[in-house]
Design a protein around this ligand. Structure first.
Ligand code: ATP
Ligand code: MG
Length: 416
């Protein structure tokens, strides 16, 4: 073992120091804002029965067809590390018998796994926050879930560089008509399409719209948009969504090219995008998925939601100089061994009062002061023989450089 150089697995990262603080800040902020909108947090398993994600032969998304971590467990069951959490939430709704009291608003945060080619902003283990409104067909639900996502981005201080783009994918009849028009358009130029897109042509031509290949982009540019193929019902949903987005006072723009990576969306599709992260510019994405709960064996449960990449939001925080500061502690310093008992009592009384404090394990006064300064402590509490006998401590403010004698009973209040 001694000669082995162990590394984190490809596409995974250790979250330490600043990195962890940004990550934690994204999740805590999202959790707090989602609660303001009435979302309750759920935690579902990190692995699921593979059928939760791969639900039929028609599956064409990259996530399900190429990116999943699938394996057989020791009992021979096929399980999959979750690549996303919407399917897990829908599975939980059904298996928990929770489809009786709808709508429900669910928030989640946690790791997801996709076998991708790692690059900045794209990892094999990454983290998402997400929000779902289950059992509401009204376009107002679409607008509210988007408003919540926007609020989180704004609360993080990132709204300036991030734009909300919305689109409609219509209902099934609209999409069938649109699909036929796309097949006609692309078939005429079949050999100019990338290999991937030629494959998509029959199975899911909508995905070509979303292609990142340069050779597809030209053909996509003059492809028809869905607008003219919308049924009256689909158009009504689309109109109402845009009206409600204005009602929530959200800035948004239309982007007919948004189709989203997963197969289950209908009507609303949206993304929050930035030009500050290169190719990995989508920080949050989502849409309406009216058939998914039914595919899990539940009753018809029209739903809408989004997921956001914590790493990508975190990168934006870093670039914007928005990394949260490390917490600053108070250091308790016993001058000699004889004062250690009194110092421990003081240390614990501070912690009990909610003041973050620590005491080093060794060293004389000079060493301990040096260490307190190096660690960025905000104050030092020095206890010598004279202080202990009189029930006081020397409180040194390490920013101001001032020192004062404070009765032990008053120390916590002074530092609170
Ligand atoms: P992309 O087009 O970037 O691959 P996607 O359509 O696959 O995104 P979704 O499945 O909608 O993404 O996931 C929602 C969000 O999760 C993305 O907008 C992104 O911020 C984040 N995300 C997705 N895949 C990864 C990954 N491999 N590493 C880091 N973040 C990711
Ligand atoms: Mg992807």
């Amino acid at each position: 073992m001694a000669n082995i150089k162990l590394q984190p697995p490809r596409g995974t990262r250790d979250l330490i120091g600043e990195e962890f603080r940004r990550h934690h800040h994204v999740i805590e902020t999202a959790r707090r804002i989602a609660a303001l909108y009435g979302f309750e947090e759920w935690a579902t398993p990190i692995f699921e029965d593979t059928r939760v994600f791969a639900r039929g032969l028609g599956e064409t998304s990259d996530v399900v067809s190429k990116e999943m971590y699938v394996f057989q467990d020791r009992g021979g069951e096929s399980v999959t590390l979750r690549p996303e959490n919407t399917a897990g939430v829908c599975r939980a709704l059904v298996s928990g018998g929770l489809t009786q009291s709808l709508p429900r608003k669910v928030f989640y945060a946690g790791p997801m796994f996709r076998y991708e080619r790692p690059q900045a902003g794209r990892y094999r283990q990454f983290h998402q926050i997400g929000a779902e409104i289950l059992g509401a067909a009204e376009p107002l639900a679409d607008a509210e879930v988007i408003a919540c996502g926007h609020h989180i981005i704004r609360e993080l201080g990132l709204d300036e560089g991030v734009v909300l783009e919305v689109n409609t994918l219509g209902d099934a009849p609209s999409r069938d008509a649109y699909r036929a028009a796309l097949i006609a358009h692309f078939s005429a130029n079949r050999d100019k399409l990338s290999e991937d897109s030629q494959r998509r042509l029959e199975k899911n031509p909508l995905r070509i719209i979303d292609s990142k290949e340069a050779q597809d982009r030209a053909l996509v540019a003059d492809a028809p948009t869905i607008e003219t193929f919308l049924t009256d019902a689909a158009r009504a949903h689309w109109d109402a969504l845009r009206r409600h987005l204005d009602g929530f006072k959200l800035p948004w723009r239309e982007n007919p090219r948004i189709v989203r990576g997963l197969d289950y969306y209908s009507h609303t599709a949206f993304e929050f995008v930035t030009d500050r992260l290169g190719a990995q510019g989508t920080v949050m994405g989502g849409g309406r998925y009216d058939g998914l709960v039914e595919e899990m064996g539940g009753p018809p449960t029209p739903s809408v939601g989004w997921a956001a990449g914590v790493e990508r939001l975190s990168m934006l925080l870093e670039r914007g100089g928005l990394t949260p500061a490390a917490p600053r502690l108070v250091t308790v310093i016993p001058v000699g061994e004889a004062e250690e008992g009194a110092a421990l009592a003081l240390l614990q009384s501070l912690r009990a009062a909610g003041v973050a404090a620590e005491m080093g394990y060794r060293g004389n006064l000079k060493r301990r002061m040096e260490r307190a300064n190096k660690q960025g402590a905000r104050a030092a509490l020095i206890l010598g023989e004279a202080e202990v006998s009189r029930g006081v401590a020397q409180l040194r403010d390490l920013d101001a450089g001032t020192q004062a004698e404070v009765p032990l009973a008053e120390v916590a209040a002074r530092l609170g």
